[in-house]
Design a protein around this ligand. Sequence first.
Ligand code: GLN
Length: 242
Amino acid sequence: MELNFAHLYGDLMNTYGDLGNILVLKYYAEQLGIKVNVDLVSLDTPFDANKYHFVLFGGGQDYEQVVISKDIQNKADSLTNYIENGGPLLAVCGGYQLLGQYYIGAHGEKIPGISALSHYTLSQDHNRFIGNIEIHNDAFDENYYGFENHNGMTFLGDEEQPLGHVVSGHGNNGQDGTEGAIYKNTFCSYFHGPILTHNAPITRRLLKAAIHAADPDADLTPVDELDIQNAAVDVPEAKHNF
Ligand code: GLN
């Protein structure tokens, strides 16, 4: 079996090492004897919704988001089709924001998203949500651990479930206790870096969805046997507000 991964705007949305999620998923797929091909899909490159079995859309900075906001409108239909057809996708922070309706940047500029999902993102004055975060997913009864760093405050649409409820940290907006979003096989989060190294349930779910997308008859049980870490990374507590 071969899996095709797309790193959406990976040359622009790469500030926080979210690329690690592709490397991790590729590593575990290869442990199962699966070959993984990774394409960078960036400016002026069409997104082929039928080709890919996993998409990563990482975080970045407002400047890059403005540039991407224009180009991604050309990919809006194909990305929306991919999401609606249950394609596995992990979107982090700025990528998460651009899948929604719009993002109000730190200087008040309205940056259009593609409205593939119905969340929207406001900005906060002179503050960022930065620090370690733990959340709990009620539907799966699972805890996830990460590090957040964002100005944006995201509010979910009706069709979206949160990735989890905040146990400690800020989450989507610091107000309603939600963090991230789930819609079909699209997972969104403000967790930066290679979160799939230490959130085994999400890693397994995405890998199973990718394998299933490539071959609906594939046996998914080997994914459960992979040794994937599931614990908070042991770093000193970081709570800074600027
Ligand atoms: N510019 C966005 C924000 O601050 C996204 C930042 C990011 O991807 N970390 O909310």
